[in-house]
Design a protein around this ligand. Structure first.
Ligand code: ZN
Length: 140
């Protein structure tokens, strides 16, 4: 199987079976962001306790890139400290610049590496991560 095909499968799996989709009943930090160029919208919720992201959920709608990225991000960020979450978001920015970064801790994210070749889609992929950064900045 070609790497591109594998990556496409990973992206479509997260799009069709999103992880952590939904809302918390209470006690969560909520960040709403949208990407007008594509029409993607996300409402990210983070439960942060003692400087650690205990849990994350999201709702929203948009293209497969934006929604799969949100699914991956919410999965990868659980259990991280605020600093670790910001480091993860920085690493994702590097990935979008085409830099050779690895996500040994959550390999699915690497499926989005091809997006850097399509500048118009980078905003789709980074939407959830920008929401994460905004939330973490409020906590730090
Ligand atoms: Zn999009």
């Amino acid at each position: 199987m070609q790497l591109d095909d594998l990556y496409r499968r990973v992206i479509m799996d997260h799009y069709k079976n999103p992880r952590n989709r939904g809302k918390f009943e209470e006690g969560a930090l909520t960040i709403d962001l949208n990407n007008p160029t594509c029409g993607d919208r996300i409402s990210l919720q983070l439960q942060v306790e003692d400087h650690v992201v205990k849990n994350a959920r999201f709702t929203g709608e948009g293209c497969s890139i934006s929604m799969s990225s949100a699914s991956m991000m919410t999965e990868a960020v659980k259990g991280r400290t605020v600093e670790e979450a910001l480091e993860l978001a920085d690493r994702f920015s590097s990935l979008m610049k085409g830099e050779p970064v690895e996500f040994d801790d959550y390999e699915d994210i690497e499926a989005l590496s091809g997006v850097n070749k399509f500048p118009a889609r980078i905003k789709c992929a980074t939407l959830a991560w920008n929401a994460l950064k905004k939330g973490m900045e409020q906590e730090s």
